[in-house]
Design a protein around this ligand. Structure first.
Ligand code: TXA
Ligand code: MG
Length: 338
């Protein structure tokens, strides 16, 4: 039976003991909740893949208490890695480095590289220090589903599959860490996240970004054709381009007229106009910080309201906009370019 426990000092110590004994613990980070196991214990790491129903080909991030522990996971850390870690750790930046042999191959899905980061959340840091071991942790959701930004989200996905969930409240950032490959020239963002491209470029100059690899469709959605990630259960359509709001409004009216229940993930500037249509509106707030921190909760709430269709639109590509665009692109059943 899974327990949700307040993240008190006592419960963090209990969680650390469970980790040392080979068990699973969900815990808050500044980005999303993680599902942790002792990264040096292959049997424990196997349980992560089983609980999430995650394919073994998808490697995990190893969490460390700080740069001083980097040799526990990485065989070497070039000066560029140290420089980035000094500037952005603890924080939402994951670095891809050569793997240290003591990390089981299961953690890295057989790759010679390992993903490492030091999380900035006080509960995550206390847990890492108390456990005294690196913690392998993917986001604490079922594979393919929306990432968890509250203890309740973890419960909904993983209850009865893990020992405990440390409840540290809502995660402040709300989107995952930036995954950066520094072996490429220029360094490449493999997944945009909390440390923005602009922040990285301010420190190290030019950085490349891998395009979110989803097919873009102009017409009606073809659900099932594309592999979804971060996805709600309802069908979701993501609108991009200059006419995004207008196209989204037309689509909402059309679906409502056809008798469908429609949910809208709306930035404050759009909220009223969609409320007038009769759609179920989840307000994401005004700025990008607010949108990032609420987007996953919004998908889960609209699913809980049993809407058939979720509509949302692009928030641009500056700052956190790029991470938001990436997640919505992957979560959507279809992307509409306007
Ligand atoms: O914010 C986060 O990063 C959260 C919290 C819990 O720390 N974790 C997270 O883990 O998002 P997960 O497993 O959902 O995503 C890990 C990402 C995946 O996109 C995976 O492909 C990539 O990191 N990754 C892991 N190891 C890698 C490697 N050796 N090379 C390239 N990409 C790697
Ligand atoms: Mg994930």
């Amino acid at each position: 039976m899974t327990k949700i426990l307040k993240a008190t000092t006592e419960n963090i110590l209990l969680a650390a003991e469970i980790l040392r004994a080979g068990g699973l613990v969900a815990f808050p980070t500044e980005t999303v909740y993680g599902l942790g196991a002792n990264a040096l214990d292959e049997e424990a790491v196997k349980k992560i893949f089983a609980a999430k129903e995650r394919p073994a080909a998808d490697p995990l991030i190893v969490h460390l208490a700080g740069l001083e522990h980097i040799e526990q996971a990485a065989k070497s850390a070039p000066p560029l890695a140290r420089r980035l870690a000094e500037r952005f750790w603890p924080g939402p930046l994951t670095l891809i480095l050569p793997k240290q042999p003591q990390i089981p191959r299961l953690v890295t899905s057989g790759l010679d590289t390992v993903a490492v980061r030091a999380p900035a959340h006080p509960v995550a840091l206390s847990l890492l220090r108390a456990a005294g071991t690196p913690i392998a942790a993917p986001s604490a959701n079922r594979f393919g589903h929306t990432s968890p930004t509250a203890a309740r989200h973890v419960w909904d996905d993983l209850k009865d599959r893990i020992e405990i969930i440390l409840d540290g409240g809502a995660t402040p950032l709300g989107v995952e860490s930036t995954v950066l490959d520094i072996s490429a020239v220029p360094p490449r963002i493999l997944r945009p996240g909390g440390v923005t491209r602009e922040m990285l470029e301010d420190e190290i100059g030019k950085v490349a970004v891998i395009e979110s690899s989803r097919q873009v469709e102009a017409g009606l959605p073809s659900p099932g054709l594309l592999e979804k990630h971060y996805a709600p259960r309802a069908q979701m359509i993501f609108f991009k381009g200059e006419e995004a709001r207008r196209a989204m409004l037309a689509r909402a009216r059309e679906a409502l007229a056809a008798g469908q229940t429609v949910g809208v993930l709306a930035m404050d500037e759009d909220a009223e106009i969609f409320e007038e249509t009769g759609a179920v509106v989840y307000r994401l707030g005004g700025g990008l910080d607010s949108v990032a921190s609420r987007i996953y909760d919004g998908m889960r709430r609209l699913d809980a309201d049993s809407v058939a269709l979720i509509l949302c639109r692009d928030a641009g590509e500056s700052g956190l906009g790029l991470a938001i665009r990436d997640r919505l692109t992957r979560a959507a059943s279809a992307v509409v370019e306007t």
